[in-house]
Design a protein around this ligand. Structure first.
Ligand SMILES: [Zn+2]
Length: 336
């Protein structure tokens, strides 16, 4: 099985030692990725974007890989600033304040008039808005509650591309077809697990993430649009490494690390559901190219159906399915 130019449209590469330790796990198999800006402090100036990109390029070494950079949304970005930074970024990521790892400086109200100058400027400059869509309500209801905010934004800014990041609910899937300018990324873990896998038996810290995995009917809704490669959905791993001690702790950090096994798991998932390789390629590359207008590096990844035992850790980061066997292996990767 061959995949051409796989793209990960939602990735956390972190910074410093963690960046150095894990960047290649994405760069070896993906042509590029949308890199999230939630560092401490968040990436919010042109200088910070450029410097972060340089650190990423250093960390990936000889791998052929494009980091698509993002800024951390601030309601005070004006058109002059956005124009000056346009060429350095692919999108802007909006976090509700305090909702996930390093999101303390995010947006706390969703008053359309307050956000209008920045979102209109983004719309004019064709900068997509990526959104972590959760309220601060009950943990299982946060995403469904946020759908009304998506609707408000999509209606007020009809030309703005709004990406509902890492969707986990049937409500978000339904919203996709109701608004022309709403799109979504879906992770591999939310296609595979429900809350039962996280907390139904012994607690599994390495499957704990935000948004938390939901109900079987939610997973079915996600699977339905992913397997048919609905043109408005893209693969985005939300692979989010934390050191082992931060996951296996009293106060477990949110995030599932899937970057090194994402393509193998997708191959297995699509095969098990009788979905074609063409659909998989659209989900993991073609749709993102159409939605973002990106033209990725021509990387060809060959997967083979051969059991692969997932390592217990990658430089101190425990991946999903550590020490377990998965059905597909990466045979080789060529960049012609
Ligand atoms: Zn994320």
């Amino acid at each position: 099985m061959q995949l051409t130019a796989p793209l990960d449209m939602h990735l956390h590469l972190r910074d410093g030692e963690m960046l150095t330790n894990i960047a290649k796990t994405s760069a070896q198999t993906f042509s590029g990725a949308i890199v999230m800006p939630n560092l401490v402090p968040p990436v919010s100036t042109k200088e910070e974007v450029v410097a972060y990109k340089t650190r990423i390029v250093d960390a990936i070494g000889d791998e052929k890989f494009t980091p698509y950079m993002t800024l951390f949304f601030k309601p005070n970005y004006d058109k002059a600033f956005l124009t000056s930074v346009r060429d350095e970024i692919t999108a802007i990521k909006l976090y509700p304040a305090g909702i996930t790892t390093n999101s303390e400086g995010g947006v706390s109200g969703f008053d359309v008039e307050e956000l209008r100058p920045t979102l209109e400027a983004m719309s004019d400059l064709n900068i997509p808005l990526c959104v972590h869509g959760e309220t601060n309500g009950f943990v299982m209801d946060r995403e469904a509650e946020f759908v009304s905010i998506y609707e408000r934004l999509a209606t007020a800014f009809p030309k703005l591309k709004i990406i509902m990041e890492h969707i986990t609910t049937k409500e978000s899937v339904e919203a996709l077809d109701q608004f022309e300018n709403l799109y979504a990324t879906i992770t591999i873990h939310h296609l595979l697990i429900t809350l039962d896998d996280v907390a139904g038996g012994m607690l599994k810290p390495h499957l704990f993430c935000k948004p938390i995995a939901k109900r079987p009917e939610d997973r079915s809704a996600l699977l339905n649009v992913a397997l048919q490669a609905h043109p408005k959905v893209m693969f985005g791993s939300d692979s989010a490494p934390h050191p082992q001690h931060a996951k296996e702790a009293c106060g477990c950090a949110a995030g599932v690390f899937t970057a090194p096994i994402a393509l193998q798991l997708l191959a297995e998932l699509f095969e098990n559901n009788n979905a074609s390789i063409e659909k998989l390629e659209a989900f993991v590359s073609g749709n993102a190219q159409n939605i973002y207008g990106v033209n990725p590096i021509n990387k060809i990844v060959t997967l083979e159906k051969k059991p692969f035992t997932v390592p217990s850790n990658y430089n101190g980061v425990v991946p999903m399915y550590a020490d377990e066997e998965i059905a597909y292996s990466i045979k080789d990767v060529v960049t012609p």
